[in-house]
Ligand binder design. Structure first.
Ligand code: ATP
Ligand code: MG
Ligand code: MG
Length: 581
């Protein structure tokens, strides 16, 4: 169950359900159509990113939450694949996987609602001919540059093309020749005949078809003319009987064109009423992250990251590998809400959503990141069995067991030769004062007695004595009051593991703002790989299983590289928001 956070789109849909705007429709076979149909329409030209997650949770989420509407609700999975040059099947597959990973699918009963705009190429072409026949479209033979210049701007009105008054017969003949491959790229385009002095630049005779001799990932070489977004999108929505077509704010100016095209085709009797409506919401802008597929592609192609699924990438495959869960992304999207005003969301909001998802369930374990040897000189007994809860609030999970031995690994940072003020962990006897005492978590209290230096003056081992009556969970434990509480692993049992420590990919919260070059702001320290020791039970971790490494943060067993023989864990997020500018 999810919390349904109200937003302006829900209010619109509530109203449409109440007044039955879309409730009495049937498909071409006479079957009732849902009163709410949304769609998620990515272009298969890259991997989905965190911004797409907002759109997925919105569109598929609405379909899920309005299942009770008359005839139910659906969200269509549609590929907006009208630009042959940049689109690939690899992208189609990863997009479908990511949507499913987030917990959605496009199968409703016996209806599989997976669509491709390219499946409409024949119909789109027929509709274009129809508009030519109605005198609503013409072939322009100006260059792209001329077309751009004659469009005018906010101050200057546009000027009519010298080809604007071609006869219907000539337009039709030329359009058919375009389709037949008689012309080179750019020789002609098809434009709508709307109004070159319209205050909205989008309405100044927009181009709806262009010549592109290019191979399409689905239609192959069948077409050498391709419809543009503004023409394709609204018609795809209408053909699929979409009710609420939700897109990002930058398409607000395109809405009158969306309506113009659909009304023209509805008036001509080729599209059914009631027509879909376009609504706009604010896109997600996330600090320290890039949400442009083109720029993400550049990071991959120029090897600034290790592929689309590099755990530093804001792609859904990258976030997944970093240890983000579908639930955490849902929580994030619920918290940021849906509005009509552009804003920036702090990366820390995303990170907190992950902590809030993992904290109640992630198993606890121990990792020693910077190992330093601790020798308990008075420990001459057999290994002592100790145990710790697998989760402090989930007793049913039981306890993990491990042995305390004479030689342990502790964090190098938990010892200081000369303690700074306020340091409560291990330090040796100084000026006649005894060394400091700490508790070895779930074990005994120890007192530091000294340390060994290596040839290069580095501390190579710390020495201590333990208090046999101080074991955690025993009565004697309470008589020892210590301020430090450190984690440890037995040298005999500790499992070597690779830990990949990730930090933000950029040093600037908005690396693409203004005329900045985002590559100038790559964080050189965004990835470091360390050899650490982990709890031996972690050999049995499943890839993608998340853990809280006590005192360190949340780590996930790598989706691809982790195995029993070669344990690999990725830092997902620290325990607290300690990140400083
Ligand atoms: P890009 O410019 O990076 O290629 P796009 O918006 O063109 O991104 P599409 O694949 O066309 O990417 O997007 C599919 C859907 O996801 C669209 O409906 C779009 O509105 C939505 N979407 C894309 N980016 C964001 C974002 N940052 N926030 C919210 N929704 C987004
Ligand atoms: Mg797009
Ligand atoms: Mg785009």
């Amino acid at each position: 169950a999810t919390t349904e956070v109200s937003n302006f789109l829900r209010q619109i849909i509530d109203h449409d359900c109440h007044s039955q705007t879309y409730s009495n429709r049937t498909d071409s076979d006479g079957r009732p159509l849902p009163s709410v149909i949304t769609r998620f329409p990515p272009e298969p030209n890259g991997y989905l990113h965190i911004g797409h997650a907002k759109s997925i949770f919105l569109n598929f989420g609405l379909a899920r939450d309005y299942a009770h509407a008359i005839n139910g609700a659906r969200c269509h999975m549609r590929f907006d694949d009208t630009n042959p040059a940049k689109e690939e099947t690899e992208y189609v597959n990863t997009i479908l996987e990511s949507v499913q990973w987030l917990g959605f699918n496009w199968v409703y009963g016996d209806q599989t609602c997976l669509y491709y705009a390219s499946d409409y190429f024949d119909l789109l072409y027929q509709f274009a001919e129809l508009l030519i026949q109605e005198g609503k479209a013409y072939i322009d033979s100006q260059s792209a540059d001329q077309i751009h210049k004659s469009r005018g701007n906010f101050i200057d009105l546009g000027t009519n093309s010298p080809f604007r008054d071609r006869s219907v017969a000539e337009n039709l003949a030329l359009f058919r020749e375009m389709k037949a491959g008689k012309f080179q790229d750019g020789e002609h385009v098809l434009r709508l005949k709307i109004d070159m002095s319209h205050p909205n630049l989008v309405m100044r005779d927009p181009v709806i078809y262009r010549i592109r001799h290019a191979h399409h990932h689905r239609t192959g070489d069948k077409w050498c003319i391709y419809p543009l977004y503004d023409f394709t999108h609204c018609i795809s929505d209408a053909l699929e009987r979409v009710t609420h077509s939700i897109c990002t704010l930058e398409f607000e100016n395109n809405r009158p064109l969306y309506e113009w095209i659909l009304n023209a085709l509805c008036d001509a009797g080729v599209l059914p009423a009631p027509l879909p409506h376009q609504y706009e919401f604010a896109r997600l802008n996330l600090t320290y992250a890039i949400t442009s597929k083109r720029k993400l592609l550049q990071l991959v192609q120029d090897h600034h990251v290790d592929g689309w699924n590099d755990p530093r990438m804001p792609t859904l495959v990258g976030l997944r590998r970093r240890g983000f869960t579908p639930k955490s992304l849902q929580l994030f999207c619920e918290r940021i809400g849906v509005s009509k005003a552009d804003s920036w969301i702090e990366m820390s909001v995303l990170e907190q959503a992950l902590r809030d998802d993992l904290d109640p369930s992630a198993h606890r374990a121990v990792a020693v990141m910077k190992p330093l040897k601790l020798v308990i000189d008075n420990f001459d007994q057999a290994p002592e069995l100790c145990s710790a809860p697998i989760h402090p609030h989930l007793e049913d999970l039981g306890r993990r067991e491990f042995y305390l031995t004479k030689e342990l690994w502790i964090e190098a940072d938990d010892f200081m030769q000369e303690p700074v003020k306020g340091f409560f962990r291990l330090f040796p006897p100084i000026n006649g004062q005894p060394g400091n005492r700490v508790r070895l978590r779930y074990g005994f209290v120890i007192e530091c007695t000294g340390f060994d230096l290596g040839a290069d003056g580095q501390v190579v081992a710390v020495h201590a004595n333990y208090f046999p009556d101080s074991k955690s969970g025993t009565e004697g434990a309470n008589t020892y009051k210590v301020k430090g509480n450190i984690h440890w692993l037995s040298v005999a049992d500790a499992l070597p593991a690779e830990i990949r420590v990730y930090d933000r990919l950029f040093t600037d919260p908005n690396p693409t703002g203004g005329d900045k070059d985002f590559l100038d702001f790559l964080n050189p320290k965004s990835k470091s790989v360390i050899q650490a020791y982990v709890d031996p039970s972690l050999a049995n971790a499943n890839p993608e299983q998340s853990f809280q490494f006590e005192r360190h943060g949340y780590y996930v067993a790598d989706q691809f590289d982790h195995s029993k023989a070669t344990p690999v864990f990725n830092l997902s997020v620290g325990l607290k928001d300690t990140w400083k500018k």
